[in-house]
Ligand binder design. Structure first.
Ligand code: FE2
Length: 260
């Protein structure tokens, strides 16, 4: 049967082996740097750390991403500009499936190595933003891993910047296993200006009212199903990053396949 080109089929845009090898090299350099920072930098980037319910394993680190970092303003100065390829997309679930009844927000996802070749002002802004965010979050992650003796979480999925308008939501899911292998998840709230949009963990019966600047760190596995409740007014932004320690699922050819 004759195949037709389908612009919506991700296979049409698969990278060559050389592209994947090149991406793997950049990714490795990034991991090496992150591991150096893991061992050589020790800085408290939060004002307060607290387990939200004793024994839950869900921790809040307050003021890790303070509003004067202007995270969303910096991000949107780039992705609102029509003169580049950076833009919010309809958020997907699992392996690039669009399911608006399940998740109806938009998102923009990138890791620093994705934009290495962009030497424009836009690339500079995104690189600096990734550095600021990763540095401050990494310090809190290190504190979390020490509490539970987890070890180095050297694999960081691209940070997903998510925008929810009024009424938008993300139904219950857990983070590990479907399209990405991760041990620990970070959810951050970089900006004020909305009501609703609570982060709800059903099994722990924890409903979190987001506060700008705070990040939440929690286990990614099936015991931590969570949802983003509908926003009742305003615009909510969140940032999600998933972390892992195992080499097994993070070879360049594997993360190319998952798009992570
Ligand atoms: Fe999640």
């Amino acid at each position: 049967m004759e195949s037709e080109l389908n612009p919506n089929d991700p296979k049409e845009f698969q990278d060559t082996d050389e592209d994947i090898a090149e991406k793997g090299k950049k990714e490795q350099a990034l991991l090496d740097q992150r591991l150096r920072d893991w061992y050589t930098v020790d800085e408290q980037t939060w004002s307060e750390a607290q387990e939200v319910v004793p024994g839950s394993g869900i921790w809040v680190y307050r003021d890790v991403l303070p509003t004067d970092l202007d995270i969303i303003e910096r991000l949107e100065s780039v992705i609102d500009d029509p003169n580049n390829d950076y833009y919010y997309r309809d958020a997907m679930v699992g392996y690039s499936m669009k399911m608006p009844e399940y998740r109806d927000c938009v998102d923009f996802k990138y890791k620093r190595s994705d934009i290495d070749d962009d030497k424009s002002e836009h690339g500079d802004i995104l690189r600096a933003l990734a550095d600021d965010v990763t540095h401050r979050q990494l310090q809190a992650v290190k504190d979390y891993t020490r509490r539970y003796n987890i070890g180095e979480l050297r694999y960081w999925e691209a940070t997903n910047y998510i925008r929810y308008y009024e009424g938008q939501h993300f139904q219950e899911h857990h983070d590990h296993g479907y399209s990405y292998n991760c041990v620990v998840s970070i959810v951050a709230f970089p900006k004020e200006g909305f009501e609703g949009g609570e982060l709800y963990f059903r099994l722990q019966n924890v409903k979190i009212k987001p506060k700008a600047g705070d990040i939440y760190i929690f286990p990614s596995n099936f015991m931590y199903p969570h949802r983003a409740m509908p926003v009742t007014s305003g615009t909510k932004y969140s940032m999600v990053t998933m972390l892992d320690y195992s080499d097994k699922f993070h070879k360049p050819e594997f993360f190319e396949e998952t798009g992570s």
